[in-house]
Ligand binder design. Structure first.
Ligand code: GLN
Length: 486
């Protein structure tokens, strides 16, 4: 039995039926990680030894247990901006290089309750700011489909580890596309839940009104299973919503016949790469054969999403990152004359160029005199974008777009041009601004590199997008392909 090919749901069933042991599963993925992660570099911290030990303990327990939790003995990777008690959580920043959180994020607590095994913490763009993992203070993760290319970002480590088969699933975070864009570039499934669906407690804050944690997997059913586990109200996150969590694993099985899908004309302009357009339309046609209907819609303000996002996200970041001052925790400069110099040297040495750029952009937009012209204006645009989506959702159940304007780019290709880099998120940021759920699923290959299709849903209607995505995966096998890394 090749465990690498199994979905999380299948692994879970095999363990529950006591047909395989946790140590068999963990050994399989540990072996593969030892073999390939020197090339991919998906992890900031490996916990391989610890994972093997935990698996052995779980082997013992398994024989005695009657009710076996869903993730019993299954290895999962967690993005390194999600707090893990006593385990280094760096945000891929020099600022937090040696930071050991004194508590677990709520999502990690929930994974622990489901008896998962943490196999490592994955690389990201520093503080989740970027689209390629090139902004990591440590190293760049490689795309398993082509080691000269980026895996996308900021959850590039999580995406690459799942795509390379180093782990069956990982958690990422998405502020403007950081789950969906790397999922598309690595050919896996990435889900950004509705804002408020999953607790942000313990997620290191980048832009608090946009950040969400979500699952990164190869199979849609695994995304549904993980969403079941990590969702739910948390009184420690004041923005988490006290709303019922459906059983997404049941929801995905429902028929898609009769669903109405909108195709926003602003996302399919003549500038869009023709093969990306073709693959996404092939996907839509396939779903049409299954009984969905399709209509063109308009989201007129979506064209301003990048501009609004790059005012709002840096503004919030500049405020959130004020805490790294060398006093409380994290890095502190070694030499300084006085307190002021300690602050400035700490921040100068501890943060990388992109983080500094965002802090400067943000403090500028928030400063008196510019606040109305930039921050307030961007907030108004955000409201207009939200209203566009809400009015479209009066007619349609979901919206389909490409996830990214192109496939994975070469390492170094965009790193000296921030605007080019920011445009990687042109199709994903509006969804965060509008607080909506969005999923990216593999829908084909262009010159051997994966292409992603994005399905966007109404607030708290992850069920419908997962349902469409699940049906799509039953009809295709793009997600089953594993890159040849040797
Ligand atoms: N690439 C976007 C940015 O750099 C989105 C990042 C994210 O979603 N964390 O801000």
């Amino acid at each position: 039995m090749n465990l690498l090919e199994k979905s999380l749901v299948e692994l879970s069933t095999l363990i529950k039926n006591k047909e395989i042991k946790p140590s068999q599963v963990v050994e399989t993925f540990v072996e593969r990680t030892e073999k390939f992660d020197t090339k991919i570099r998906a992890y900031v911290t490996h916990l391989l030894e610890q994972a093997l030990e935990e698996a052995k303990e779980k082997d013992e327990k398994l024989s005695k247990l009657e009710n076996i939790p869903d993730l019993f003995g299954i290895p999962i990777a967690v993005k390194d901006n999600i707090s893990t008690k006593g385990i280094r959580t760096t945000c891929s920043s020099k600022m937090l290089e040696n930071y050991l959180p004194p508590y677990d994020a709520t999502v990690v607590e929930k994974l622990k309750q489901a008896d998962y095994i943490l196999i490592g913490k994955t690389n990201l763009d520093e503080f989740a700011m970027g689209s390629s993992t090139e902004n990591s203070a440590f190293f760049t993760t490689k795309n398993p489909w082509d080691l000269e290319r980026v895996p996308g970002g900021s959850s590039g480590g999580s995406a690459a580890s799942v795509a390379a088969g180093l782990v069956p699933a990982a958690l990422g975070s998405d502020t403007g596309g950081s789950i969906r864009q790397p999922a598309a570039l690595c050919g896996i499934v990435g889900l950004k839940p509705t804002y408020g669906r999953v607790s942000r407690y313990g997620l290191v804050a980048f832009a608090s009104s946009l950040d969400q944690i979500g699952p990164m997997t190869r199979y849609v059913e695994d995304s549904a299973l993980l969403l079941n586990i990590i969702s739910g109200y948390d009184k420690r996150d004041s923005t988490s919503e006290n709303i019922e969590v459906p059983d997404f694993l049941e929801e995905i099985k429902k028929d898609i016949k009769g669903l109405k899908v909108g195709i926003p004309k602003e996302f399919f302009t003549k500038d869009l790469d023709s093969s990306i357009k073709e693959k996404v339309f092939d996907g839509i046609k396939l779903l049409e054969k299954e009984g969905i209907s399709v209509e063109e819609i308009s989201l007129p303000n979506a064209v301003y999403a990048i501009e609004a996002y790059y005012i709002i996200a840096p503004s919030e970041a500049s405020s959130n990152l004020a805490r790294y001052d060398g006093v409380r925790y994290g890095y502190r400069a070694k030499e300084y004359k006085d307190l002021d110099e300690m602050y400035s040297k700490t921040r100068d040495e501890g943060f990388g160029a992109e983080v500094k750029r965002r802090i400067m952009l943000g403090t500028y937009s928030l400063s008196s005199g510019y606040y109305d012209a930039y921050y307030l204006k961007a907030q108004k645009v955000r409201t207009l974008i939200y209203r566009d989506f809400m009015s479209a959702f009066k007619d349609v159940d979901a919206i389909i777009t490409p996830t990214t304007p192109d496939t994975a780019f070469k390492i170094g290709e965009k790193s000296s041009n921030p605007i080019q880099m920011y445009l990687s998120d042109i199709f994903t940021v509006s969804i965060n601004l509008a607080t909506l759920p969005g999923i990216s699923i593999p829908c084909g290959f262009k010159d051997g590199l994966p292409v992603g299709m994005q399905i966007i849903g109404k607030p708290f209607d992850e069920s419908t997008i997962l349902r469409l995505a699940y049906r799509y995966q039953q009809l295709t096998d793009f997600h089953k392909q594993i890159p040849n890394i040797d």
